[in-house]
Design a protein around this ligand. Structure first.
Ligand SMILES: Nc1ncnc2c1ncn2[C@@H]1O[C@H](COP(=O)(O)OP(=O)(O)O)[C@@H](O)[C@H]1O
Ligand SMILES: [Mg+2]
Length: 249
């Protein structure tokens, strides 16, 4: 039927206003019952549409960022790691470190929440329009090595340099050969003072020469990472084994 109601629905479809389309009937009814005036109805409908679109784009950027799991700051039990300065961590939500091109490092034994906190920061960055990517150090090095073999290293370095926030997880879990260390150094150098890099490691900084098998390279990498950075050393217990130890007592 070619009436204006049908044309309205058609327009909403063409404008891609699916949420307005879903709710428009209930708002017409409300309006007819004199429960809502025209401006309020339009305002509420458009607000619902914006909310829906924001949620959809949040999901999309979170998918693109390639996080291993979705954990937010609210999911982190700070009372379990009393050594961590909670306020300093929560301040990272405001993403000032991105504007300052600062790096963040989480150092600590497995299970203390390094990846969790990195992901929480990454989610915040991603949903606030900062391009964000999560990758393990091992995968990153494999990708760079492969690119080098295929004569497209520059391109790949450029790609990883382009992210506003790059999370490099698990630096030092596996030993790195000279080539991998060198490639990581190149990437860190390119991002230095231009972009923010978040690094997690189970190795204290004074043992980093063991990761790279070369003290000079280890120092060069650390130098650039640490120059403008916030370092969080988490000394507490592993959250993964907390129930095991609790039940032992
Ligand atoms: N303080 C905490 N509060 C809530 N969950 C935590 C906490 N610390 C760690 N976890 C959870 O325990 C698991 C291991 O943490 P993870 O961040 O992967 O440890 P790490 O990267 O330091 O090895 C994850 O599922 C994480 O969400
Ligand atoms: Mg981890």
């Amino acid at each position: 039927m070619d009436n204006n109601y049908n044309k309205l629905i058609n327009n909403l479809e063409k404008l891609n206003l699916s949420t307005v389309k879903n709710y428009v009937n209930s708002y017409i009814d409300k309006h007819n019952r004199n429960e809502i005036d025209f401006v309020d109805a339009l305002y509420e409908l458009t607000s619902l549409e914006l909310k829906f679109k924001k949620e959809r784009s949040d999901r999309a950027v979170i998918t693109v960022a390639h996080f291993p799991f979705i954990k937010k700051f609210e999911d982190f039990d700070f009372s379990f790691q009393p050594d961590i300065n909670k306020q300093q961590i929560l301040d990272l939500k405001y993403l000032r470190f991105i504007d300052e091109n600062e790096n963040i490092m989480f150092i600590g034994m497995p299970g203390v929440g390094k990846t969790h906190l990195s992901v929480s920061i990454g989610i915040e960055a991603a949903v606030n329009g900062k391009s964000t990517y999560f990758i393990s150090c091992n995968d990153l090095c494999l990708q760079l090595k492969k690119a080098k073999l295929e004569n497209r290293l520059e391109q790949r370095l450029k790609h990883f340099t382009s992210y506003a926030v790059l999370i490099i997880d698990e630096v030092g879990y596996l030993p790195m050969d000279m080539e991998a260390s060198n490639l990581l150094f190149q990437l860190i150098s390119k991002r230095y003072e231009r972009k923010s890099t978040i690094v997690t490691s189970n190795k204290p900084l004074n043992k980093w020469h063991e990761i790279f098998g070369d003290a000079v390279l280890a120092n060069a990498i650390l130098d650039r990472l640490l120059h403008h950075s916030k370092v969080f050393t988490i000394n507490g217990p592993s959250y993964r084994t907390k129930d095991y130890f609790l039940s032992e007592n």
